[in-house]
Design a protein around this ligand. Structure first.
Ligand code: F3S
Length: 398
């Protein structure tokens, strides 16, 4: 791999041991991926920061770097952390809360600007900009909707990329790496959850290839996010070329030479999900995977304030999850919402939280990604329903 004089100096340890370690990791991965050079990135996004995932070794790793006065060399954001609020009379131990705080503090000391899985609402990259993001839904949004260039990084590599401020120039950083290899047609979804279920199925259809998808041209940003985040659960591809949405989609399609398309639709059984089956009495409703945009959360809050009755402490709860970008718009509603059994949660993620330790058994969600990962990582059973069905059901309107 070609290295500039400055990169070579970092590689040889002239700037110290830590940048050297980071550069070596980056060059190694780059060489394996066939990159012949590195490229400067304006934004790195790190994933994998929940104490439940990285444990004590993760804290030691991060604190080791922070104690050595490591600073990120470029604008850096990080994924959400574990939800630490109590549920009914159960709460996580002081030890868990302290350890999660140590992770947050170490990353903040190094320069992390925000904790959210929607970093595009914190700093929106431009078309063609090179960035290095971990977190599949964010990667898919950046490549497919914005037209920025990022491979689907792993958490530790993204951390090293933040220290160096560069990434390896291969994969979807190159035009050729963005050409679709799988041609899919879908029926325009009728609601949020149909978009999520379609994303899930398109991911199963193209588990390791970038698809070209027709049928989503006039779908809202919110539904596209539902589609892409669910796609990321069943496919390893870093991008979906969406007809009518992805910058340069016409050229990417014509350069692909794709001819035969695969039709992906929802079966009557899958469609029946979207209407909603009976929910367990003790389920918690969670909306916000990926983190709600300010427009989405304000819309939901308005609905709840106008349609939900007051509740006693022990009745159903609805959790709305968003990033720091929505805080100013929604803080003032916190008390009124609490009376209705609604909690606003910021910067956190239910999937990377051991919800079972809080006594939660079931979650009702509108997210295809959460449906896939909650049972594996959070120790709870999950049901998927459309956002409108969840809200109606929660407010007692069905
Ligand atoms: Fe975000 Fe966690 Fe879902 S990181 S996309 S809320 S799994």
């Amino acid at each position: 791999m070609y290295l500039t004089r400055n990169e070579e100096a970092i590689f040889n340890g002239e700037y110290g041991e830590i940048p050297q370690k980071a550069m070596k990791a980056l060059v190694k991965v780059g060489e394996v991926s066939g990159a012949n050079k590195l490229v400067r990135v304006n934004h790195v996004h790190i994933s994998g920061i929940s104490y439940f995932n990285i444990g004590d070794p993760g804290i030691e790793f991060l604190e080791g770097f922070a104690d050595a006065e490591t600073k990120f060399a470029t604008y850096t954001t990080a994924n959400p952390y574990a939800i630490l609020v109590p549920y009914r009379n159960k709460r996580f131990s002081e030890e868990v809360i302290l350890k999660q705080s140590k992770i947050i503090r170490a990353l903040t000391r190094m320069g992390a600007k925000a904790f959210t899985c929607a970093p595009y609402y914190i700093r929106r990259p431009s078309v063609g900009e090179h960035i290095a993001w971990a977190e599949s839904n964010a990667v898919l949004y950046a490549n497919s909707i914005i037209g920025a260039h990022t491979n689907r990084e792993g958490g530790p590599l993204a951390f090293f990329e933040a220290i160096v401020g560069e990434t390896y120039f291969s994969g979807v950083h190159l035009y050729d790496g963005r050409i679709p290899k799988c041609y899919v047609s879908v029926e325009k979804p009728a609601n949020y959850v149909e978009s999520a279920l379609l994303g899930y199925k398109v991911g199963e259809t193209c588990p390791d290839r970038i698809p070209y998808v027709e049928g989503l041209a006039n779908v809202s940003e919110s539904w596209l996010r539902a589609f892409l985040s669910a796609f990321g659960a069943t496919s390893g591809a870093p991008m979906v070329v969406i007809e009518g949405v992805t910058p340069h989609y016409r050229k990417l399609f014509s350069d692909s030479g794709l001819k035969s398309k695969i039709f992906v639709s929802l079966s009557p059984e899958e469609l029946s999900f979207t209407k909603g089956s009976r929910s367990p009495e003790d389920a918690v409703y969670i909306i916000g995977c990926p983190h709600l945009s300010t427009k989405e959360i304000v819309g939901i809050i308005n609905y709840v304030l106008n349609n939900c009755p007051k509740r006693s402490n022990e009745s159903k709860e609805l959790w709305l999850i968003t990033g720091p970008y929505s805080a100013n718009a929604v803080y003032r509603y916190e008390n009124k919402l609490r009376d209705k059994g609604v909690r606003l949660l910021y910067n956190s993620c239910p999937v990377v939280t051991r919800l079972d330790l809080l006594g939660i058994k079931y979650v009702i969600t509108d997210s295809g990604k959460a449906l896939y990962y909650l049972p594996k990582l959070a120790g709870v059973r999950a049901l998927i329903k459309d956002r409108s069905v969840i809200l109606k059901e929660f407010c007692g309107g069905r």
